[in-house]
Design a binder for this molecule. Structure first.
Ligand code: FAD
Length: 346
């Protein structure tokens, strides 16, 4: 591991100044991603700036029932916060179904959003496999000859087909949340659904809309959204990344869907909103699985499994996962919501 400097800062201005002053400076929050990157050679910073002392850890109510979540709030704190559990259960579930209790106690919301893909070629310990995300211009080992079962269905190109692994990002996209950032050009509000970038939108090495001299300060979630639910499908019941996932946020009137918002995880390098289905589902019975499945047809017609079809199963899996997320979100109508999802390590 390359030697690097370390400093800690106490306010946002000092963090931004540190990013500006020395090239090769990287922010350190919970360190649960950064430490792996240092060991694997994915990051070789000149200096780490510890931001854990910044006053960005609170969960605060917003007028109208929304929430402002500090970027340095720990995943476990947010998942257990009574206002999150009551008003935004999909958010709590997405956090509880991620990683392990120890990781969630250290990991922050800002760090979760800025985590990188779990594509095995990006993460290769040797670091010498072709990966356009890790070494721009080197190629894509997955697309040329490699493992493609877990790669993207939407938004991929011949340069990269990696997916983004954040569970939180999927819930935030369905909740219509915003990521708040500060930088030398002033404060910015980025819709959570547009925070991560596919290789269709930007070169593969660019993974989010955040610039390298910017800091995430908070996430704002409008709300409340008590009829919301997050479903995660994975190879084992806990401590595993999603093969696919779905977050649904609905409103129910007279037993039918007045509105529905759905985001998928594990199918692209950003949460994938099912915008056609969201229109088609108005007036549908959420208990009628066949009707909800049919309403998803237009969005899934755009799915592009990789050549060879090794990840084609994800289209059917994601579609059925979305049906379940919509149904179970709607079932919260009139019921007290609880958030100890199956498979969480609680
Ligand atoms: C074994 C394992 C399993 C995991 N499983 C899951 C899972 O199932 N689902 C899931 O969603 N995640 C999972 N994760 C990822 C985990 O959630 C992230 O590691 C964690 O959220 C990162 O947060 P951190 O505070 O530790 O970030 P750090 O490691 O400190 O930083 C990560 C990145 O974020 C940047 N950063 C941190 N804070 C800010 C900020 N405020 N503004 C700008 N940039 C910032 C850092 O500069 C760095 O680039 C897993 C991780 C591990 C190691």
């Amino acid at each position: 591991m390359k030697e690097f400097g370390y400093t800690s800062v106490a306010d946002t201005e000092a963090a931004l100044a540190a990013l500006r002053e020395q090239p090769g400076t990287r922010l350190l929050a919970g360190g649960t991603e950064m430490l792996n990157w240092l060991k694997e050679g994915i990051e070789r910073p000149e200096r780490l700036v510890d931001i854990t002392a910044l006053p960005l850890r609170d969960v605060e109510p917003l007028p109208g029932g929304g929430l402002r979540l500090g970027a340095l709030a720990r995943m476990s704190e947010v998942a257990a916060h009574p206002e999150v559990v009551r008003g935004h259960p999909a958010l709590a579930e997405s956090l509880l179904l991620a990683a392990s209790p120890q990781l969630r106690n250290m990991a922050t919301l800002g760090g979760n959003l800025q985590q990188r893909t779990r594509c095995p070629y990006f993460r290769a310990e040797t670091g010498d496999l072709p990966c356009n995300k890790r070494t721009p211009g080197s190629g894509c080992a997955a697309l040329s000859s490699g493992e493609t079962e877990e790669q993207a269905l939407f938004g991929w190109t011949g340069e990269c087909a990696a997916t983004h692994p954040s569970d939180l990002a999927v819930a935030l996209a369905a909740l219509d949340a915003d990521v708040l950032a500060e930088g030398p050009r002033g404060p910015r509000r980025i819709p959570a659904a547009a925070f991560h970038l596919t290789p269709e939108q930007a070169p593969p090495e660019r993974h989010s809309a955040l610039a390298s001299d910017e800091l995430i300060t908070a996430v704002e979630v409008p709300g409340p959204a008590p009829l919301s639910h997050y479903v995660k499908v994975r190879q084992r019941a806990s401590y595993e990344f999603a093969l696919v996932s779905a977050a649904a946020v609905v409103e129910v009137e007279d037993g039918t869907l007045a509105t529905a918002r759905i985001a998928l995880g594990g199918v692209a390098h950003r949460p994938w909103r099912l915008t056609a289905a969201e229109e088609a589902l108005r007036g549908a019975d959420p208990e009628d699985g066949d009707a909800v499945y049919a309403a998803l047809a237009q969005d899934f017609a755009a799915a592009r499994p990789l050549p060879g079809g090794s990840n084609a199963y994800k289209a059917e899996l994601a579609r059925r996962t979305a049906v379940r997320a919509v149904r179970d979100a709607a079932r919260r109508h009139g019921a007290a919501s609880g958030t100890t999802p199956e498979g969480s390590d609680q």
